[in-house]
Design a protein around this ligand. Structure first.
Ligand SMILES: [Zn+2]
Length: 186
């Protein structure tokens, strides 16, 4: 079900789904507000009102990211095979840098993240990375593999990241922008 909600002076497009869950939640994963509600929850106006500051802030961030992203180009030429080849060689390089070996690399299209790394050293790569510039792909791999040293995004984690990417804040921002660009264009 789609719905338009007005918050301050903005109109926000919002999608509502009911699921077998206990508590309602709000998401912005695809750039659009999604209300996930328990089956018998009908009073979403209340929920929107209660969280309107958060919704407004989040949606403004996304609009700004999209505006910046319009100036960026997606790489529409890289094939899945080429992506895999790049990833394998980047993982090799990062493995020797960090002295960490990866067991398996899995490739799939993911809806909420660029990649993940499990404690048993399996790396999962979002195939949407093929649309990104090489240096951002390198950043994502490095980021995920540093999670094998430190799970959380704490000071130590960012210190490790900074050894290779001292501009990591810029990289994170770019990834955020590309995420919404891909949601819109692909
Ligand atoms: Zn992370």
């Amino acid at each position: 079900m789609g719905k338009l909600v007005r918050i301050s002076d903005s109109t926000i497009n919002c999608e509502i789904v009911h699921r077998n869950i206990k508590y309602p939640r709000l998401e912005f994963k695809t750039g659009k507000l999604l209300l996930v509600l328990p089956i018998d929850h009908r009073d979403y106006n209340n929920l929107i009102e209660k969280h309107q500051d958060w919704i407004f802030k989040r949606s403004s961030e996304i609009v700004a990211a999209l505006e910046k992203a319009q100036k960026k180009e997606l790489n529409l030429k890289r094939t899945d095979e080429e992506l895999k080849k790049s990833i394998y060689s980047i993982v090799d390089e990062v493995s020797s840098d960090l002295k960490i070996n990866i067991n398996n690399i899995y490739f799939r299209k993911m809806k909420s993240k660029w990649g993940s790394c499990s404690p048993n050293k399996n790396l999962t790569i979002n195939t949407l990375l093929k649309y990104l510039p090489e240096n951002l792909i390198e950043y994502v791999i490095f980021h995920e593999m540093v999670h094998l040293i430190e799970r959380k995004h704490n000071k130590l984690f960012w210190k490790f990241i900074a050894t290779k990417f001292d501009n990591y804040e810029e990289k994170e921002k770019e990834l955020f922008e590309y995420w919404f660009l891909i949601q819109k264009k692909i």
